[in-house]
Ligand binder design. Sequence first.
Ligand SMILES: [Zn+2]
Length: 153
Amino acid sequence: MTGPAKTPEGLDVQRYRLRLEEMKDQLEADLGAYRRDEAEQDGGPDEPGPGQRWEHSGLGDHLADDATELFEREKNAALEQTLQDHLRLVKHALSRLEAGTYGACEQCGRPIGAERLDAIPETTLCLEHKAEAERGGTAPGRVATTNAWRAET
Ligand SMILES: [Zn+2]
């Protein structure tokens, strides 16, 4: 640690707050629409019933319609997960705004940079540490276990 992370001076925090609030509203609306869609499609409880299998094994034995439905469900679940992850990031960034640490990298405390924040207001890591987090997994703040994953570039 190089000292407590603090919002860099001169950063237009209010502008990012507005953008983050907007993103949060949009994501929550999208997630809400998703759940409505799913309920309409199924017309019933969302959970697979007892004895039903959603595993990949034996997929070839299923009717094509089943496979397509399974694929759609998995795709929707993945998309919903993406929305939820994004919403979590946006909320996290907002909480850092409240704490007065917005705009400083969570890993090294250095300013993330207005240019980068303009592009991705929800980011809480500088470029360097974002790349590291992505190599090591999806969770921000998680330490990369290896750098050998991709040697080129
Ligand atoms: Zn950093």
